[in-house]
Design a protein around this ligand. Sequence first.
Ligand code: HEC
Length: 147
Amino acid sequence: MAGFAAVGALAAAARAQGAAGSFAVVGDAIPAALTGASAYAADPARGRAIVMNRQVGLCLLCHSGPFPEVRFQGDLAPNLNGAGSRLSEGELRLRIVDSGRMNPATIMPAYYKSEGLTRVAPAYQGKPVLSAEQIEDVVAFLTTLHD
Ligand code: HEC
């Protein structure tokens, strides 16, 4: 299926980045921003662009949501509409970082994990798909999605 080949290529499409930093998981959430003590101001508009981007996020390969400008959207995963009502900011963050922690069988890629990934091109091994700043932008966007 073309879609799954595209997911396999996710890491290859990601920008070259350093290894994923450490973070604390509390229950099913990562309460603190991945950008830590830096004064990074997460931007929901940038996050929305990442979610819609077919090279960077690829989220809409599986998800649909409030993106009238995107013609083809996925039906393999829950609609992102209302994600900010269903899940807290910290819960959203952990789902983007590593959904496999909640559901080991999930097809959703881990976007901020550099160990234990499969189907990663050698040049991208050891690098997360999205940077800490990009994850924070995506989380900031998702928290705005209320039913
Ligand atoms: C290959 C398919 C796939 C891709 C790509 C993908 N997801 Fe998911 N996502 C899923 C599936 C399936 C679930 C349902 C839960 C599970 O399987 O763990 C999910 C769950 C979620 C949830 C929780 C939804 C809820 O209401 O419980 C959020 C939020 C989410 N994804 C956001 C994203 C974002 C943002 C991206 C892009 C950065 C993304 N996903 C990329 C398949 C995908």
